[in-house]
Each structure stands twice: as C-alpha cells, then as structure tokens.
Ligand binder design. Structure first.
Ligand code: SF4
Ligand code: SF4
Length: 427
C-alpha cells in the first residue's frame, strides 16, 4: 500500500475503529440494513480501492464505486462518529481515484462552471423523476459576465447559489424583495460566482474544490466592504459548505456571519416585529424586472379587507404545513421554524426521517436508493382527506425530490406569498 496515498485519503487524525456507531444514523443503511451502504462499510470499500485498485476488474470497480457513491452526503456519520472522523469525505476522495470517479469529477466541474449544464441536468432530471415543482426555463438568464468595478460595496452579501440563479430564480427574486421590505442593505453576488463548489467536494476532488473556493473568496472581497458582516446563503447545503470549509473567509473577514437566507429573514421579521399582512398569492416580476417593480406589484396585492383575512384563516385551518428539515441544516444554527409558523396560526408538523433521498447526484443516478429514502420520509407525512398537506423546506434539492410525492414549496416562497411583510421603512 502506498502510505503517502493512504495518508492523503484518510486525512482524519484517527482511523476508523469499526465500532459501527455511525450506522445508527446513516439513512442509506437504515433504509437497506446492508453494511455496504453504511459509513463503516464504505470506508472498508475505500481501503479496498486504495489497496487493490490495480488488481480489481472493471465490474468489481463499478460495484464498489456504486456502493460508495450511493451515499447521500448527509453528513450524519460525521456527527455520530465518537472518534470525530469524517467518513464520507474520506470515501468521496477514494472513489475519485477510480475511473468512474474521474468521470464524475469532470461532470462536477461542468456543473460548477456552466449554469446551462446545471439547469438542464436538474430540469430533465426533475421531468424524468416526475417532480411537480414547476421550473420555468424562460425566467432563467444564463448571462454570466457582470461588471463589478466601481460598484458600491456592501457589508452584507446575498449569495443565491446555483439554484437561485437557475431553477429557483423566482425564489431568489422573492428573497431580494423581502430583504428590501425588511430594510436590509445588501448586494447580490453575481452569477459568475454563484457556486460554493459542493459538486466538486462531493465528487472527491479536493484540489478543484480548493481552487473554486479561492476564486469565490477573491470575488467576495471585490464585492464587499472590508468589514463584511453577513453572508446570506440560499439553501442549507451551500451554507454548510461555507461554514465548514471556508475557514479562509473567516480569516479575511473575522466578523462575518454565514446565515441561511430563510433563517435570516425569519429572524429579521421577529427582530423588527414587522407588522404582518395577510396577502394573496402572486408572482414576482419578469426576468428583467427590477426589484422596485416587484415590490410595487406585491404591495398592490395586499388586501386589507376583513373577508380576505377570513379566507386566509380558513385556508390555514384546512391545511397542514409539514416542515422538512434538510440534512445539512444541522450545521447552520438553524432557527426553530415550526414555532414561527405556529405563532402565525398555521397547523405545523415537522418531518423526522433525516434524508429525503435527493442527495445531489443520487436523485439522478441511483433511483432505487433515492426512492427508498423518499418512501421512508413519505410514510411519515400523513395525507388527510379533509386537509391539504403542504410540505415546505429551505432546500431546493429536497423540494425537487419531495414534490414527486407531495405538494412542496420553498419556505421563502410561502413567506412571500402568504405572509406579506409591510415595508417597515414606510411606517
Ligand atoms: S466511522 Fe466512526 S463511528 Fe463509524 S465505525 Fe468508524 S470509528 Fe465507528
Ligand atoms: S454521509 Fe450520510 S448517507 Fe453518507 S455514509 Fe454518512 S451518514 Fe451515510
């Protein structure tokens, strides 16, 4: 065995002692009860790759790659391991050394660099998987060049992520509009630096991930003031990546807080004790419409009449809101969203099973595992005859996956559409 290579892969200070604790929280193991799909099993397979890669036949290599790659990247094993290991990062790096792993790295690079590739991947993936989430391709702009010289800088940067610039672009606009309503001064990170590098990290290519991170931090420096205080991120996975792997960002900006966008907005609503108006569903402006127009359009939809409020109250009574907590939320100091919606009179529940089975590429590549996880989650969501169930989540990936079985919406879409916030600056 090449010790140098082994050290490079097992970058954890202590090696696995095979206690098996990690199995108790691993969703793919819990769904299959098969050791191959547990963190411990996948670590063993990783050692096999390192030790026997040259001697392994192609079909053997494909099988081992498959067993490792069906990991949903939820990170539960890292939380559970009493030795403080990070098993999934170790075996992601091991699989990158195989031939199929090298193809995956190429695909991860394309996903990171090209919004068109990213969009088409998830667009057709969602169609094939019969996701009911509506993706409107005409609302997506693929222009990546922005002029940022001489632009006013801000100490608050909104990072919409790849999803926010593509198939969740309407949610991005709603976030911007809500933040304006809440009086938050911010700059939106341009599309040319909208990827945190998650696909690269999950493909096991640490070198490419590091390169992407360096470039992203350099661009954040260009856009922000020297005392960057808040980096708002759309989605818990990118929040997790930036909190956990962007140590250099904290070194450059010691005061910076990385916050997931829905947490930030709910906190702001509470902090400012913003008066909440009950509104009705509307859509955000056209692709090129600016935020002011969007806000105006929304304000015109605020209906202060009592009957409208009653209508909304009746609607609340006849529905159950189920909050799906994404796997990566546990790393982002997420706030208690259940109480927020409860206080507003919604019937609220939360999902218990940790992983919906989206798992990045698992959604496309491993339908069997992905479906097994979705079924386990879905069993916990009780559809009732007399009540409509609406699942909400702050993770774009989870929304695509869960909407295959249940009506699903982004939390921030719900806040924008049903809990309309008056512009506090005008009060
Ligand atoms: S990864 Fe950690 S929890 Fe899992 S078997 Fe190894 S030492 Fe135990
Ligand atoms: S990251 Fe999640 S799915 Fe992957 S091995 Fe760890 S616990 Fe299991």
């Amino acid at each position: 065995m090449d010790i140098k290579e082994l050290n490079e892969i097992i970058f954890d200070p202590i090696v696995c002692v095979k206690c098996g604790y990690c199995k108790s929280t691993c969703p793919t193991y819990l769904a299959t009860r098969d050791e191959r799909f547990s963190p411990r099993g996948r670590l063993s397979l990783s050692y096999k790759i390192i030790k026997e890669k040259e001697r392994m036949g192609f079909s053997d290599l494909i099988r081992v790659f498959h067993d490792i790659d069906t990991c949903s990247k939820c990170g539960e094993c890292e939380k559970t391991c009493p030795m403080g290991l990070n098993p999934y990062l170790s075996f992601m790096r091991a699989k990158a050394k195989t031939l199929p792993g090298k193809f995956e790295v190429i695909s991860a690079k394309l996903t990171t660099k090209s919004k068109l590739f990213f969009t088409l991947l998830f667009y057709f993936g969602s169609k094939i998987k019969k996701s009911s989430y509506k993706i409107n391709l005409t609302k997506i702009s693929f222009r990546q060049r922005e002029k940022i010289e001489n632009e006013e800088k801000s100490d608050t940067i909104f990072f919409p992520s790849c999803f926010g610039y593509t198939i969740f672009s309407q949610t991005k606009k709603k976030v911007e509009s809500l933040m304006e309503d809440l009086g938050v001064k911010f700059k939106t990170a341009p599309q040319s630096f909208s990827c945190c590098g998650a696909p690269l990290l999950f493909s096991g290519s640490m070198e490419d991930f590091e390169k992407n991170k360096k470039e992203l931090i350099r661009k954040i420096e260009e856009k922000s003031t020297n005392d960057l205080s808040t980096l708002l991120v759309l989605g818990p996975t990118c929040t997790y990546i930036m909190k956990k792997f962007y140590k250099e960002l904290n070194e450059k900006f010691p005061k910076v807080k990385i916050k997931e966008a829905s947490d930030f907005i709910i906190e702001k609503i509470r902090e400012k004790e913003v008066k909440i108006h009950v509104g009705e569903k509307d859509s955000v402006g056209e692709k090129d419409g600016n935020v002011k127009n969007i806000t105006t359009k929304r304000e015109s939809n605020i209906n202060p009449e009592e009957n409208k409020k009653n209508e909304e109250e009746n609607k609340k009574k006849s529905e159950i809101i189920v909050i799906h907590k994404p796997c990566h939320e546990k790393y982002s100091d997420a706030i208690d969203k259940k109480n927020f919606f409860k206080e507003l009179g919604f019937n609220v529940e939360e999902t218990e099973f940790p992983c919906c089975g989206f798992g990045g590429s698992m959604f496309f590549k491993y339908p069997k595992m992905s479906n097994q996880l979705l079924d386990l989650l879905s069993e916990k969501i009780k559809e009732e005859e007399d009540k409509k169930v609406l699942v909400i989540s702050n993770s774009p990936g989870c929304i695509l996956q869960i909407s295959r079985k249940h009506e699903t919406k982004h939390i921030l879409d719900l806040i924008y559409e049903r809990i309309i916030v008056a512009n506090h600056q005008q009060k």
